[in-house]
Design a protein around this ligand. Structure first.
Ligand code: FES
Length: 138
């Protein structure tokens, strides 16, 4: 299935160890710079909707700020419940711009013209990630 990539941030907007929540046509996506690799997952925790973009990262796992459920950044798998998974989006970086990929079936939510960036694309101010273990590098 074809994937269309949409620019959501400049790399300078998201230094190592920080996260941002971008909104694409009403869908909140948490974007992380963890050890110089960018990850994007749904901002909505599948437990009770907590904002994963405001959670801390611990060994490649985002910890929901509400009840501390944990999700692997690369797979979206829950560490607590194998039945639960958070949606993971592919990320590309080109010319210092961060792009998030959407499957073709998501196009309805993104407007009819595939070359047109949705008018509602915006982002919130990046938040600082605090490692639980201060020895851990982000
Ligand atoms: S809302 Fe995320 S762990 Fe409960």
């Amino acid at each position: 299935m074809a994937t269309r990539f949409i620019k959501v941030l400049q790399t300078e907007d998201l230094p190592v160890g920080k996260s941002a929540i971008v909104v694409v046509d009403g869908e909140e996506i948490a974007v992380f710079n963890y050890k110089e690799t960018y990850h994007a997952v749904s901002n909505k925790c599948p437990h009770k909707g907590g904002p994963l973009g405001e959670g801390r990262i611990q060994e490649g796992v985002v910890v929901c700020p509400n009840h501390e459920w944990r999700f692997e950044l690369t797979t979206g798998n829950s560490m607590q419940n194998p039945e639960m998974k958070v949606k993971v989006y592919p990320v590309r970086v080109r010319d210092e711009k961060i792009y998030i990929g959407f499957k073709k079936r998501d196009d309805k939510a993104l407007g009819k013209d595939p070359s047109h960036v949705p008018a509602t694309l915006n982002f919130k101010v990046p938040t600082v990630q605090k490692p639980r273990n201060p020895e851990e590098e982000l």
